[in-house]
Design a protein around this ligand. Sequence first.
Ligand code: NAD
Length: 256
Amino acid sequence: MKKTVLITGSTSGIGLAIAKKFAKKGYNIIFNGLETNGAEIAAEVAQQNNIDFIFSPCNLLFPNQIEDMVSQALAKFNKIDILVNNAGIQFVSPIQDFPLEKWNNIIAINLTATFLLTKLCFPKMIENKFGRIINIASAHGQVASEFKSAYVASKHGVIGFTKTIALEGAPYNITANTVCPGYVLTPIVENQIGDQMKAHHLSREEVIEKIMLGKQAIKSFIPIESIAQSVMFLAADEANTITGTSITIDGGWTAQ
Ligand code: NAD
């Protein structure tokens, strides 16, 4: 029987790259994201790979929309085998100016939605004695950078949360892990470049070289394929005893 994967934020960047990998392997996919052309993006990937899919424009800020997305997925596929909590947002500001609304939104999307989706997917995973929960955290789940208080807090939270779920899932063949990327050149990073230019009073080139890649030992952006492939590995049968840990793909950033 075909496996089903729900990937949040899968109509852009890393999530889309992950979705394409699962599509190539024939999984049923629940796509999600706020891109206005999200439905077209999902349909194109599905058609190219001849898979069944749902596109949900669910806004992860709202728990009732998350519940609706999961209900819709279970009604169509009767299970969610693999949950990839990938959607995330960023905001860069010194703490004294950090807007409360931005803090709340980052925690809601990066952390609370991960909690809620895990909670909603868990009962079927327990019933089926199979589950893979893969959370896209960040090198910022392990170390901090100035002006990213909410993001760093949310990603540290995702790692702690994932460890807890690994323990709770172990009796049921449910694993939970994080993937922690360094800098991948996607829209979220493009936006950050602008924010960092303002915060640090630097040019685009200086932000990329000094602030971003300056932290990595390997001075190039992480290929999006590396992140997508690590997710596929964690979803595979061979990874069935890997749980409660992180695959860090950060060009040597957190080794220092
Ligand atoms: P991206 O901006 O290209 O994609 C983010 C996706 O999340 C988009 O599809 C967007 O629509 C979706 N999203 C945002 N808010 C949402 C909401 N309220 N409801 C539903 N969907 C929402 O960014 P990306 O780089 O692909 O980021 C994916 C994940 O990887 C994020 O969790 C990010 O924190 C993490 N990450 C990225 C990098 C990087 O350098 N790009 C590094 C470390 C971690």
